[in-house]
Unconditional design. Structure first.
Length: 255
């Protein structure tokens, strides 16, 4: 059955894209201020920022650009969402960090810090779903992952684990914050994004012509999986490649 794109939705997509990226930066700031552990890529960003003397947002943008350069030999193609991802998240996290006070000097601040970390994980899931739902291009870090999967033939799970372990270990060695919130994020982000994604997902296509046969047996639209390789259908909610069922850009990643 032929399908046609819906270009009239582009304006709404751009609004949702920018809102999602701003919220992503705020969620990063919440977890950083909690001091209970950062998202995996933010462990690296924070460690580099401490050694380079630049803000975390500036380092986030710089790392995003470097990762995008790695797309060239992998032959990945960025979209408008990819470019916005690199710039907007870095600006947003710096702005949010300026507004959120540090809690390290406050007595008995653990409950408040735990609240910040939990809010950061939840908000990041909403932001990630909003960003993925517009389908305007993967984040730079997810594009690196899917490009390596395609070029090496290794499984998505192996490639993602190898990248994030390397990133976390390097960031921790440089002084980035690794803690219980990092583990909570890793465990919770997939199910939470899976919960929110159907509510903000734009359908790229609609049937061009309905015939008696297609009307009786419609083909459900395919929804990209978390890896950018598999696909989901609204009915089953599972990836066709047997990996994580939701697209994840953590870091959108700032991914």
């Amino acid at each position: 059955m032929p399908w046609q794109p819906l270009p009239r939705q582009l304006g709404l997509r751009l609004v949702q894209l920018l809102a999602g990226l701003v919220l992503y930066g705020i969620s990063m700031a919440l977890m950083i201020r909690s001091q209970l552990g950062n998202m995996p890529w933010d462990v690296l960003h924070q460690g580099l920022a401490r050694h380079l003397g630049h803000s975390i947002g500036t380092v986030t943008v710089a790392v995003g650009v470097i990762v995008l350069l790695a797309w060239i030999p992998l032959r990945e193609k960025p979209g408008i969402g990819t470019v916005c991802n690199v710039v907007v998240i870095g600006l947003s996290v710096d702005a949010a960090l300026r507004m959120l006070p540090s809690l390290g000097s406050l007595p008995d601040s653990l409950p408040l810090r735990a609240l910040l970390a939990g809010a950061g994980v939840l908000l990041n899931a909403v932001a990630t779903a909003a960003y993925i739902g517009v389908r305007l291009g993967p984040g730079p870090r997810d594009g690196l992952m899917t490009g390596l999967v395609r070029r090496t033939g290794r499984s998505l799970r192996l490639v993602r684990t190898a990248i994030e372990v390397a990133v976390v270990v390097t960031g921790w060695a440089l002084g980035g914050t690794l803690g219980i919130a990092t583990l909570a994020y890793a465990l919770a982000i997939g199910p939470l994004v899976q919960l929110f994604l159907p509510r903000v997902l734009f359908k790229d296509y609609q049937p061009a012509v309905a015939t008696p046969s297609t009307a009786a047996n419609p083909v459900p639209p395919r929804i990209p999986g978390a890896d950018g390789v598999g696909a989901l259908t609204p009915e089953d909610g599972h990836s066709s490649v047997g990996e994580s069922p939701v697209p994840e850009d953590r870091g959108c990643s700032a991914g």
